[in-house]
Design a protein around this ligand. Structure first.
Ligand SMILES: O=C(O)CCC(=O)C(=O)O
Ligand SMILES: [Fe+2]
Length: 431
């Protein structure tokens, strides 16, 4: 694949550090706070049982370091036994999309894990002979017709893997290293969001919630920001920043992934439209016109191959493209905390402003200003995944938590208080 970036400007590096050589405080001060990417070695191969069990030939794989899963075959039978009937999201994208580096007319389909393996993974021309041989007893000849239609590639991605493990009652076989454990995003989503929606005696609040959200889809369904990615060589994820401009970490269990990471200051050279946003897709024609020339101005790009057993830290607001160079399985979480909350807030505020502007015409025809503000929240929730109204409660929750904890940082508490005051100005008609 030819890289369009101006090579003179694309010389930045990423550090690789063994977990035995970096403390949490180091990571906090020098990477999380400074928003600098990093690769951590020596954790997955030691602590994730999936690092062994998701591969065949376990006997050769005796903790000899991060390259040991390089040429490994995925243990498909093991995974089918675990997840057979689990419903998984699968993106179909064309192999020609690799040239234009976007999802052309990608579609997202839901199927069972077994269907994905038997119909899409197995018959992909990029699946190795060894994997096919190990799977042959599980697949039937007539399914071969499904193979390689339209040069398609099928990428199982954004699968809520933790929820799937709970539903299938199986061990997720991974753990979160200490560096990534201060995670307000998943804590809120998994444990406190429902309190915000339901445990209020305030009838006005109940009315607003009903207006902004669809209770069944947005509130009752369990959700989180913990995903598994599974694809053949050449499957990829196009340029984007992560949801809410949160941090992300991604752990490579099998295979190699190539990352292109772009520092946030390059944002002006990217399309305002998706797919720079959160996995939204754009037609390749439109993208090709704008993307090629602009990419020449990009500076500070990092190009790196993530080896099996390595964890990558992707900082807030860094754009990235990700290419599987071999068959690959990885797990990724999005998260945020006091170190990037300001950046997340600035992003959400921008989204809020754009939402208000998009529907400003209807402001005057609404009976009351509060109706307009509610409408904006509803739209923002639908487009970005979080309304400003919800964000306010999210921040209030962490203010309370900080106040209760004597060791909390004063600066962080002040920052959160400032953010909530600013949000209040926007939402003055409903709070
Ligand atoms: O692995 C991929 O295809 C995408 C991963 C990603 O975008 C992330 O971890 O933030
Ligand atoms: Fe991402």
């Amino acid at each position: 694949m030819e890289l369009i970036v101006n090579k003179d400007n694309a010389s930045s590096n990423i550090e690789r550090v063994h977990v035995s050589e970096i403390t949490y405080e180091d990571f906090y001060e020098n990477y999380m706070k400074k928003n600098i990417p990093l690769i951590l070695t020596g954790y997955i191969d030691k602590h994730w049982t999936s690092y062994k069990s998701f591969c065949n030939n376990n006997s050769n794989n005796n903790n000899i370091g991060h390259t040991s899963n390089m040429n490994m075959e995925i243990n498909i039978e093991y995974l089918i036994n675990k997840f057979r009937d689990a419903k998984v999201p699968v993106y179909e994208h064309s192999s020609i999309d690799i040239e234009s580096r976007v999802y052309g007319n990608a579609t997202n389909i839901t199927m069972t894990f077994q269907e994905y393996i038997e119909n899409y993974y197995y018959y992909d021309k990029n699946t190795t002979a060894v994997t096919k041989a190990s799977l042959s007893s599980l697949t039937s000849k007539k399914k071969e017709e499904r193979a390689n239609i339209n040069n398609s590639l099928f990428y199982l991605k954004d699968w809520h893997y933790n929820i799937a493990c709970m539903e299938a009652n199986v061990d997720s076989e991974y753990s979160i290293p200490v560096y990534f454990q201060s995670d307000w995003l998943n804590e809120w989503w998994e444990m406190h969001r429902r309190e915000f929606f339901f445990n209020f005696e305030n009838p006005k609040h109940q009315q607003y919630i009903k207006y902004i959200y669809n209770v069944e889809n947005d509130i009752d369904k369990e959700s989180d920001f913990k995903f598994l990615y599974f694809g053949n060589a050449n499957t990829f994820t196009p340029l984007h920043h992560d949801i809410f401009k949160s941090y992300s970490w991604s752990g490579q269990i099998v295979g190699q992934k190539k990352w292109y990471l772009y520092p946030p200051h390059n944002e002006k050279y990217f399309d305002d439209d998706p797919p720079c946003g959160n996995y939204k897709l754009l037609s390749s024609e439109k993208h090709k016109l704008k993307y090629g020339p602009k990419l020449k101005y990009v500076t500070g790009m990092i190009e790196v191959v993530q080896e099996p057993g390595e964890l990558i830290f992707v900082p807030s607001g860094w754009y990235h493209e990700v290419y599987n160079q071999t068959s690959s399985i990885s797990i990724n979480h999005n998260w945020l905390n006091e170190c990037n909350i300001e950046m997340v807030y600035q992003h959400l505020k921008e989204e809020w402003k754009q939402t208000v502007n998009a529907i400003i015409d209807i402001k005057d025809i609404m009976a009351e200003k509060k109706d307009f503000i509610l409408e904006c929240n509803k739209l923002m929730h639908r487009n970005t995944g979080m309304s400003l109204y919800e964000f306010r409660f999210f921040i209030l929750f962490y203010i309370e938590k900080y106040k209760k904890n004597v060791s909390s940082s004063i600066a962080a508490l002040e920052l959160l208080t400032k953010i909530v005051a600013d949000v209040n100005l926007e939402l003055i008609d409903i709070v």
